[in-house]
Design a protein around this ligand. Structure first.
Ligand code: ZN
Length: 351
């Protein structure tokens, strides 16, 4: 019996293209049948890499090839390794009004139409709304007060099927035996669906990400038996960077989401996404945003989760091209082109 590695089921599939077969694997085994024996069992183990596939070929030594009588050969169906990626989806709590840095100051509230048209909106004002609010003539650091929605994994679920990964949302109304390693969360032993509202992250470090994640993280992502990551609907990244906080008109790198290496946590910045859509943000070389809020929310989720699988951004935050970016391996989702054109890529997920 022999293990065969047929082409993986994607457009670049080829023979012997399984990823990392360094684990202990039976590549061939010989079964000896005694007279009258018709059935034997052997064990073949497969890797844990999603998309790896196998056929098992059994060749009976019952022919006589030198006399033109071939051995009988039977091949199994293709066996493909699928993995399940669980996502614990949470969101920040709704912001409140007050003078704390993480509150909306009533003194700066803007009421549309109260004193003329929206051309009156000035810096540091805010209005009530939702992530689809699109006030006209909006200054780039104007805020809309809404509760960040939890991340939308619709596109992620669709796209990851190509990698033989089934993405499922953790049922946070269900079995509490899933809740492990959450002693630092707000309600230890119970599901936490919201994390406290934070208007701007302290910075884009792992520690700042954990500050957002830990209060609502319920499932331990350090377990060895299954994958579970944590996605949080957040408001904005840190101030002083691109686009909300102290935005810089004409910057290319909007921080619409972030993930932290090794953390299993990603954040989606919903006010930044709302902002760049409502202002039709323009880059340094004159490209404008051509996506809807919903499209960008979904594309950023896919982008951030792919970082967890090792994919690399084309552009660094300082605006230079990352030499580690590989057009074929990292693909269009790790470029920012899809912000700017509905027809930038031939990939089905970007149309
Ligand atoms: Zn990225």
């Amino acid at each position: 019996m022999e293990k065969i590695d047929p082409p993986n089921a994607h457009e670049y599939g080829d023979d012997d293209d399984n990823f990392s077969e360094s684990f202990s694997f039976v590549t061939s085994s010989t079964l000896t049948f005694m007279p009258g024996q018709f059935e034997k069992t052997t064990t073949v183990s497969v890797s844990q890499n999603a998309g790896n596939n196998y056929k098992i070929e059994a060749a009976a030594q019952n022919g006589n090839p030198s006399q033109g009588i071939p051995n009988q050969v039977v091949k199994s169906e293709t066996l493909t390794v699928w993995r399940r990626l669980w996502v614990e989806l949470d969101q920040m709590a709704a912001p409140t009004e007050g003078t704390d840095p993480n509150q909306f100051n009533p003194a700066t509230k803007y009421t549309p139409g109260a004193s003329g048209d929206r051309g009156d909106i000035t810096k540091n004002q805010w209005m009530d709304g939702d992530e689809n609010s699109t006030p006209s003539n909006e200054p780039t650091d104007f805020d809309v007060k809404f509760q960040p929605p939890k991340p939308d994994i619709t596109l992620l679920q669709e796209a990851m099927l190509a990698a033989c990964i089934e993405v499922k949302e953790v049922d946070q109304l269900g079995d509490t035996s899933w809740i492990t390693g959450d002693s630092a969360s707000q309600n230890s032993g119970a599901w936490d669906l919201t994390t406290p509202f934070v208007k701007n992250l302290a910075d884009l470090t792992l520690a700042a990400g954990y500050d957002i994640s830990t209060p609502s993280r319920d499932v331990d992502y350090n377990n060895s038996s299954f994958w579970c990551i944590h996605g949080i609907g957040a408001y904005e990244a840190n101030t002083g960077d691109t686009w909300d906080g102290n935005s810089v008109a004409g910057e290319d790198n909007y921080i619409c989401g972030v993930t932290f290496t090794g953390s299993g946590v990603f954040l989606i910045f919903n006010e930044t996404i709302r902002d760049i859509v409502s202002t039709k943000a323009t880059t340094k070389d004159g490209k404008t945003i051509q996506r809807t809020v919903s499209e960008i929310q979904q594309l950023v989720v896919l982008h951030e989760v792919l970082h967890m699988f090792g994919l690399i951004d084309k552009m660094k935050l300082n605006g230079t091209v990352n030499p580690l970016y590989a057009p074929l391996g990292d693909g269009p989702i790790m470029r920012s082109d899809w912000f700017f054109s509905p027809t930038c890529c031939t990939n089905t997920f970007f149309k």
